[in-house]
Design a protein around this ligand. Structure first.
Ligand code: GDP
Length: 365
């Protein structure tokens, strides 16, 4: 399963946020494919469409889809120099598919800041630089090998070398790989390098209770937003402390608490949705009388593989996917009317599933 790693300097609120994630926790019995690991938190993906489908179909059960956050503890300056803990930290980042970078944007004299004062841009740089230096080292090593092959006119090496050199120059200017606009062919080469700084990043600005409620971004948040915009990354503003409280509530209680605070959606829910889309994940639905359920697939997945997410038999025996878009189904009010209107399509094995499709798979057993 794809996962996003929670990263940040010490004392920025990572554990508080991760606790909120596990507290809000999904019932893992519903998600046997998720990892069981104390450093992994499974979250349900909030989706208003699922509530609407439940209203329409009135099933016995409704099951949201879920995905994983991984807590990546303790980066320290110097991680890229490869000393014990630092090495471990980098190898954990290598295993995640995207990064949620928590940045301290709250002032609190009682909580020590590792670099002496609240300074989000400096914090971001410390972590980004460690990742850039680690990537520089891998690219340097690879250049050594590839340059030799390129000299003897190895075709692949000739294509790879200029990409490596551009990466090296970028790293030497202390910029991440994701800041380069590669074309499709180059992108394929970059993917194979498994760089740390080519992973997509989301910045999580952790603000104080007061700043969250007063709605205005504080100056720290503005700095983070400017930095992220230049890089093409998104920023989610949360107060980890409040999230930990919200995570203990459910349903109406949760709604009332949010209303009291004057916010529409909890920061954690925003973070979940942003990380989900950062990973290139989308949702299709199955809607029967027994169960209405959301399923996660990767953007670009074809119908048989999407069916295989429910059960391998569905993929092996795939015949076709009876498909209606969420909007068409809601417009029609029910399947019968949607069919009468010709909105229900019979899609074959080459159909690329779209976000919001409501699907009934036909298969041979
Ligand atoms: P970590 O080292 O990044 O995991 O940071 P922690 O989650 O342990 O948080 C460090 C300290 O900051 C703890 O004392 C938290 O209670 C406090 N803290 C975390 N988030 C917030 C927040 O949103 N507001 C305030 N005031 N304190 C926070």
């Amino acid at each position: 399963a794809l996962t996003t790693g929670i990263v940040g300097l010490p004392n920025v609120g990572k554990s508080t946020l991760f606790n909120a994630i596990t507290q809000a926790g999904a019932e893992s019995a519903n998600y046997p494919f998720c990892t069981i690991d104390p450093n992994v938190g499974i979250v349900e993906v909030p989706d208003a469409r699922l509530d609407k489908l439940t209203e329409l179909v009135n099933p016995k059960k409704t099951i949201p889809t879920a995905f994983e956050f991984t807590d990546i503890a303790g980066i320290v300056e110097g991680a890229s120099k490869g000393e014990g803990l630092g090495n471990k930290f980098l190898s954990h980042i290598r295993q995640v598919d995207a990064i949620s970078h928590v940045v301290r944007c709250f002032a609190d004299d009682n909580i020590t800041h590792v670099s002496g004062g609240v300074n989000p841009l400096h914090d971001i740089e410390v972590i980004n630089l460690e990742l850039i230096l680690a990537d520089l080292e891998s690219v340097d090593k690879r250049i050594g090998r590839v340059a030799k092959l390129a000299k003897s006119r190895d075709k692949e090496a000739v294509a790879e070398l200029p990409v490596l050199e551009q990466l090296k120059e970028t790293f030497e200017n202390e910029k991440p790989a994701r800041s380069i606009d590669f074309d499709e062919e180059q992108m394929k080469i970059v993917k194979q390098l498994h760089l740390l700084t080519s992973k997509p990043v989301l910045y999580v600005a952790n603000v104080s209770e007061d700043d969250l409620v007063s709605d205005g971004d504080n100056e720290y948040v503005q700095q983070v937003k400017e930095f992220a915009a230049a890089e093409g990354s998104d920023v989610i503003v949360i107060c980890a402390k409040i999230e930990a409280e919200i995570a203990e509530l459910e349903g109406e209680e949760k709604e009332m608490f949010l209303e009291e605070l004057g916010i529409e959606e909890s920061g954690l829910d925003q973070l979940i949705r942003a990380a989900y889309s950062l990973l290139g994940l989308e949702t299709y639905f199955t809607a029967g009388e027994q169960e209405v359920r959301a399923w996660t697939y990767r953007h670009g997945t074809k119908a048989p593989q999407a069916a295989g997410i429910i059960h391998t038999d569905f993929e092996r025996g795939f015949i076709r996917a009876e498909t209606v878009s969420y909007d068409d189904l809601v417009d029609a009010g029910n399947m019968v009317v949607a069919k009468e209107r010709g909105r229900v399509r019979l899609e074959g094995k080459d159909y690329i599933v779209k976000d919001g499709d409501v699907i009934h798979f036909r298969f041979n057993v």
